[in-house]
Every structure is written in structure tokens, then in C-alpha cells.
Design a protein around this ligand. Structure first.
Ligand code: ZN
Length: 412
């Protein structure tokens, strides 16, 4: 991770900034917008400074937080080089030479395609036997976005999905052994720090990880890494305190009132934290259900329809957990007629854990659920947001579902 501060000042005697410098800054701004590895800590200020604010004002301040993509060594990141060059110019640039240098740097190889970030899908033990296929599906969705390259780290002992493992091969650095019941893999130790994003496709009853590996994920997220939790990944590791805080809400695995409150919306649109006694985690029969935005301003769902119909899936209800620094972006009504709780259940959430961001989607029971364009879109947006804190792919797909029609992309 690289922090680069760029502060540009010009005094009263220098009210006209060279035209080339304006171009340089605009290119820098556009580059940073198109590069998911760059976070603007104050995007509004930067945008106003560069594109909107009159250039003859006395002072223009630009502050950037550049999170160096894990996949991109500094030398191959032209935007990073640009900002570093600014920093090396002592952060205060009054000389026209500095401006010209900036312009030259910006106008040369800066306008290159952004380097994809690195994502890691972790899997191997899941009560959902479909998991080898859903890993490949999510890998494809993330890679097709152009935002990520995706590796997979699998436990040496796998549980379920035996028939699908050879049908949906992924590049692994180990030989795996399929077992009839979950078994801890003492050598499971992904290097999380080499990635921008970790996505868990573990599920209910996954065997505990080595302590050092648990600590590795905690450190990765708390120090600013992105984590995505999909469906039964919120069933895993009920005994792992930090994991429960990372996922916000979970189900099964013995979770109950000691795990934290139920969190849901009531019929009046109020968020409820219910500490009453009871099990954590349930679902009725699978069906198509309506997603309802609760914070349409959040980048992950901004611009999407206020309501859309999700493809056939399980609708998790009565999840419970610490729910610290958790934000519910959308809910789905778990109708009692389908065996649900009668509550508006959280269906898209974000959680802050230390400096890191977590995106949690309880959707995704099966391959047909993940073919939903709403699932794909929010998975990609949520993954980018978890990795960078922003969403660059704001265009709503033409085949996005409506409130009355499910839209799917067949996965072959
Ligand atoms: Zn399921």
C-alpha cells in the first residue's frame, strides 16, 4: 500500500496555470477514476479541484490516497509513478518546470489500461455440493469485469462436490483429497496479503483453520483488505470471534442469542436489533424473491432499481451476530407463506472491520441463483467496493432484472 500526497499551490503572482498542467491534472483524475487501485480519500474535493473549480483561484489542494494494487509492482503502475513524482517534487510546486514535468508525465504512457487487482477465492469444504462450480462462476464474473484476476486456494481435504471438482478445474498448487466429512488442513495458509480481495466460498461445517491462518485473514482485513462473504460462508466458523465480527451476521453452527442480535427491518421501515432468545439462521423453501434497496445512495446499489426480482434462491432469515459497524444496503421480505420469518431480512450488507471493508451477500445457494444478473452485478460491485472503497462500473446492465421479471445469464 502506498500513500501519496499531492498538494499543489500557486500564489497570487501565478494566477494562470499552464494549459498543459490542467490537462495533466485532468488526465490524472480520469486515470484515478478508471483505476480501481486508487482511492481518492476526498473524491469530491479532488473532483471539484480538478474539473470544476476555476483554475485562477489562489490555492488548489489535491489529496490522493493511492492504494497500490497488490498485483501491480510500483514500476508497472504509471499512475503510481505519476503521483510518486509529485511527491518527490516536495509536494509544493510553484515552478513552471514542475507543472511541465507533471504534464509530460501525464501525457506519456499514463493513459494505459488499468492493471487488474488481485482477488483470491478460498474454498474446499461446503455443505453446498455445488461449490466447485460456483467458485468457477464467481471467478469468471470477477475476471470478466476486467477489475480482477482471480486465484483459488483450496484446502487439501475437500468435503462435498466430489463429482464437480474435476468438471470445474482451477489452477491449484496442491493435490486435493475428497473426504466424507470435513477435516482440518493443518497446512492451509493462503498469503492473503498478496491480494486486494478475498472471497470466501466455504460453507456450513467447514473445518477450522490453523490459528495462524485465522490471524492472517484478520490482519489482512483489519489493515485495509477487502473481504466478500457469499451465502453459506456466513455459516462457517461460528466459534471464531473475529470472523463473526467480520461477517456481521451469521447462521447455524450453534449460533444463538450469545452470538448477537437478530437484525431486520420492520414493516414501518425501521431497522430492528432484536436480542430475544433463539437460534441463528433459517430459511424457507427456495423461491424467487424481491430485493428492496434500503440505502440507494450506496455505491454498490446506486442507480439500480429500487426493487428487483432475484432468481430462485434460499432466503436466509434470522441470521444473528455482532453486527458491529454493519450497514444494510438491501432487504428481502421472508414471507411466512414460504416458510420465512415474516421479516424484511438483510440481503446485502457492508461491514467495516478495522480499516478493511466487507461485502456480505447471503444470496447464492446454487448455480441457478448465481446466474441472476442482480447477483452478478452486486457481486462485482461489492467486490470492487470491498477492495477499493468505490465502484467504477456504475452502468446498469441492460439485462438487469425488474421488479416483476427475473433476468439470468446462462452459465456454460
Ligand atoms: Zn444454501
Amino acid at each position: 500500500m502506498v500513500n501519496a500526497n499531492l498538494s499543489v499551490r500557486h500564489n497570487h503572482s501565478q494566477k494562470i496555470i499552464p494549459e498543459a498542467t490542467k490537462v495533466a491534472f485532468q488526465i490524472a483524475y480520469l486515470s484515478s477514476r478508471n483505476n480501481p487501485g486508487i482511492n481518492q480519500s476526498t473524491p469530491g474535493e479532488f473532483k471539484n479541484s480538478v474539473l470544476s473549480q476555476p483554475w485562477n483561484q489562489n490555492q488548489t489542494r489535491i489529496h490522493l490516497l493511492h492504494r497500490q494494487p497488490a498485483s501491480s509492482p510500483f514500476r508497472t503502475c504509471p499512475e503510481g509513478a505519476f503521483f510518486a513524482a509529485c511527491r518527490h517534487s516536495n509536494q509544493t510546486m510553484k515552478s513552471p518546470i514542475c507543472y511541465l514535468t507533471l504534464a509530460a508525465l501525464a501525457l506519456t504512457p499514463l493513459i494505459q489500461a488499468a492493471t487488474p487487482m488481485k482477488a483470491l477465492i478460498i474454498d474446499g469444504q461446503n455443505n453446498h455440493g455445488m461449490w466447485p462450480k460456483t467458485t468457477v462462476m464467481m471467478k469468471k464474473y470477477l475476471e470478466e469485469s476486467g477489475l480482477f484476476t482471480v486465484d483459488v486456494k483450496r484446502t487439501a481435504y475437500t468435503w462435498n462436490g466430489d463429482d464437480l471438482i474435476p468438471k470445474f478445474p482451477v489452477k491449484l498448487d496442491i493435490e486435493t483429497t475428497a473426504l466424507k466429512k470435513p477435516k482440518p488442513d493443518p497446512d492451509y495458509a493462503p498469503d492473503f496479503s498478496a491480494y486486494d480481495l478475498v472471497l470466501s466460498n466455504f460453507g456450513w461445517n467447514a473445518a477450522p483453520w490453523p490459528e495462524q491462518t485465522k490471524k492472517g485473514l484478520e490482519n489482512f482485513v483489519s489493515q485495509g483488505g477487502g473481504l466478500v462473504i457469499v451465502h453459506a460462508a456466513d455459516n462457517s466458523f461460528a466459534e471464531w470471534d473475529a470472523y463473526n465480527r467480520m461477517i456481521g451476521l451469521g447462521g447455524w453452527g450453534g449460533r444463538d442469542e450469545s452470538s448477537g442480535p437478530y437484525v431486520y427491518y420492520d414493516d414501518h421501515g425501521h431497522l430492528v436489533r432484536d436480542t430475544s432468545k433463539g437460534r441463528g439462521g433459517s430459511h424457507g423453501k427456495q423461491h424467487e424473491y424481491l430485493i428492496e434497496a434500503r440505502d440507494a445512495t450506496h455505491p454498490i446499489i446506486k442507480g439500480l432499481p429500487k426493487k428487483w426480482l432475484h432468481a430462485k434462491d434460499e432466503l436466509y432469515d434470522q441470521l444473528r451476530g455482532p453486527a458491529e459497524k454493519m450497514h444494510v444496503l438491501a432487504t428481502a421480505f421472508a414471507d411466512k407463506s414460504t416458510g420465512g420469518s415474516g421479516r424484511h431480512e438483510p440481503i446485502l450488507m457492508t461491514i467495516q472491520f478495522g480499516s478493511g471493508r466487507v461485502f456480505h451477500t447471503p444470496m447464492g445457494h446454487a448455480d441457478y441463483s448465481m446466474e441472476c444478473v442482480g447477483f452478478i452485478t452486486t457481486l462485482v460491485r461489492g467486490s470492487e467496493w470491498a477492495a477499493t472503497g468505490k465502484v467504477s462500473q456504475t452502468k446498469v446492465p441492460a439485462d438487469f432484472p425488474t421488479a416483476t421479471e427475473v433476468k439470468k445469464r446462462k452459465f456454460d
